[in-house]
Design a protein around this ligand. Structure first.
Ligand SMILES: Cc1ncc(COP(=O)(O)O)c(C=O)c1O
Length: 371
């Protein structure tokens, strides 16, 4: 919400800082009246399941949950035994930001973090890490691979890159999960079909995000490998994620998917990020840690620009420099931060950030020259 009618909202901390979009709220209200079967046995849930099958051009098992953590953790649990490993990027959300939920829901599986520049795994890096695991009963065997699309560095895997990782995984009988908390943002950036970004490239199970891009609290586990779907309805219930008023969960997706609202939201968020990114990169002393490919911008800010933005009420997070490109270092008077745009970010808010950053940069420039 804006601070006042004239003040653009300056919260770039994440895309979940915004509320839900109007079509999602309308769909919720429309689904609210009257009685319907509970626990997902309602006609709206059936309709949304059919919509996912159409969007992904195949039979797809659909399990709706309320958080991305639940979607990821249940997906990892479906792919791994309690004594199995699931490989992922060393800074993946599942390993860094889910309080051990994947290990908890899988009753003991472990995550194997593998480094890679820009939040991305490479086939060679993955193969080397898997080949280095001792083949012995003392060693947990690798059973799954999870990749994030978009990644935690705001980068995206191309279809060919996903296929190459899938090949390494398949050769070792690992199932492939995609954390698509920002699936829509990656999809419109790549300009491919949902099938092309997933199962046609070897993805077996997908966490399809809705919350960050307009839903209230709705994520879908989409399962393309029928063998992985069997356990999920029990796992979801057992984890407390089978929502009793299930139609209000599926209604969010009804509003989200209808008329390609989800794609329009993602395009808007990505466009706002492009403008923000280009504007910041043009300011003296500001660099980008990684290219802006979706709705996340990672500028390296000089201290005076950082201070001015914070003083003017712009919200954003400091970010990890764990997967910076070789040769890029963060100076002592700089900080690497993440700014995220969303379906609700306005051009005015982006411009306000840019003009504050420009002014701060210009204010310091004459003094540096004089010195
Ligand atoms: C890459 C990624 N995966 C998953 C999630 C989902 O997390 P949550 O449980 O907060 O919905 C997030 C949210 O920050 C994320 O950035």
């Amino acid at each position: 919400m804006s601070l006042s009618n004239n003040t653009p909202d300056m919260n770039f901390a994440s895309d979940n800082v915004m509320g839900a979009s109007a079509p999602v709220l309308d769909a919720l209200l429309a689904a609210n009246g009257g009685g319907m079967p509970a626990y997902g046995a309602d006609p709206i849930t059936r309709e949304v399941e059919a919509a996912f099958c159409e969007i992904f051009e195949r039979d797809t098992a659909v399990f709706l949950v309320t958080t991305g953590t639940a979607a990821n953790a249940l997906a990892v649990a479906a792919m791994t035994t309690p004594w199995g490993l699931c490989a992922c990027h060393a800074e993946a959300h599942i390993i860094d930001d889910e309080c051990g939920a994947p290990e908890f829901f899988s009753h003991g599986a472990k995550l194997l973090g593998i480094p890679g520049t820009g939040g991305k795994l490479t086939p060679a890096g993955l193969e080397a890490a898997l080949a280095a695991l001792p083949n012995h009963e003392k060693q947990m065997p690798a059973q799954g691979l999870s990749i994030s699309q978009a990644t935690e560095a705001g980068t995206i895997y191309t279809g060919d890159e996903i296929a190459a990782l899938s090949q390494v995984a398949r050769a070792r009988k690992l199932a492939l999960h995609m954390d698509g908390a920002r699936f829509a943002n990656a999809l419109v950036a790549l300009d491919v079909s949902p099938a092309e970004m997933t199962w046609r490239r070897g993805v077996d199970i997908l966490s399809f995000g809705g919350t960050k891009n307009g839903c209230l609290a709705a994520e879908a586990i989409l399962v393309f490998d029928p063998a992985l779907a069997d356990s999920l309805r029990y796992r979801r219930k057992r984890s407390g994620h089978t929502v009793s008023k299930g139609r209000l969960l599926s209604a969010q997706f009804r509003g989200y998917l209808a008329g390609d609202h989800w794609l329009a939201n993602a395009r808007h968020a990505n466009r706002m990020a492009d403008t923000l990114s280009a504007g910041l990169a043009a300011i003296a002393g500001v660099r980008l840690a990684w290219p802006t490919q979706v709705n996340e911008v990672f500028p390296v800010l000089p201290a005076h620009v950082d201070a001015a933005l914070k003083a003017s009420g712009v919200a954003y997070y400091p970010w990890s420099s764990g997967s910076l490109p070789e040769g890029l270092t963060i100076g002592r008077d700089e900080s690497l931060v993440r700014m995220v745009t969303s379906f609700a970010t306005t051009p005015e808010a982006v411009e306000a950030v840019l003009s504050t950053a420009r002014e701060a940069s210009l204010a310091i420039a004459p003094r540096s020259v004089a010195a």
